[in-house]
Design a protein around this ligand. Sequence first.
Ligand code: PLP
Length: 222
Amino acid sequence: MTVKDNLNTIQQRIEHACSKANRNPGEIKLIAVTKYVTVEQANEALQAGVLHIGENRDEGLLQKKKHLGEEPKWHFIGSLQTRKVKNIINEVDYIHSLDRISLAEELNKRANHSVKCFVQVNTSGEESKHGMSPDHVVPFIKELAPYQNIHVVGLMTMAPNTDDETVIRECFARLRDLKKDVQALKLQYASCEELSMGMSNDFELAIEEGATFIRVGTSLFE
Ligand SMILES: *Cc1c(COP(=O)(O)O)cnc(C)c1O
């Protein structure tokens, strides 16, 4: 299968999930996660019509961007070490892994523009997962007020790797509920309209639970 064939299949899966959930497929933005693939493969995805690229390491992002340029939107989806912020902050359109005040401080200091951030939430409670506990999200976002370069566009989560659909759905539903809590704060710097959730194995469930960005690697490039 070519990347283009895979993309077609993914688009059909998106449309099917949307029709089940009575949603408009135009609301779902697909991020092609290129962390395992070459520049050439990432370029195939762009040629096939992908508009968003996601990378989880600074070297990978900078290398891909050098070749693929400013045309796609660039998403940093990995956990971000504070000392690496300066390498990427002015090269990306979105950061999906804001999870601590020290990171907010560094982002704010190094950015030369307002950065679109997702606050990463550990909705499953698994220790191996990054992100803050759901209880901390609202107080954390209130604390971001002094950081003028940070705009919280949404929340991000990763569901556990399980076959139990109920567990996965609960994680996604939790994120959707938290988004409402943040929106109720009516903070100008935290419009929080987006939900970044769903990967190759679970993006249909994520769409049914309200995802607006899905992050797909394996299904696109396998
Ligand atoms: C790798 C990765 C993805 C893509 O996962 P696939 O299962 O390959 O689709 C999505 N989100 C994050 C944060 C990742 O690190």
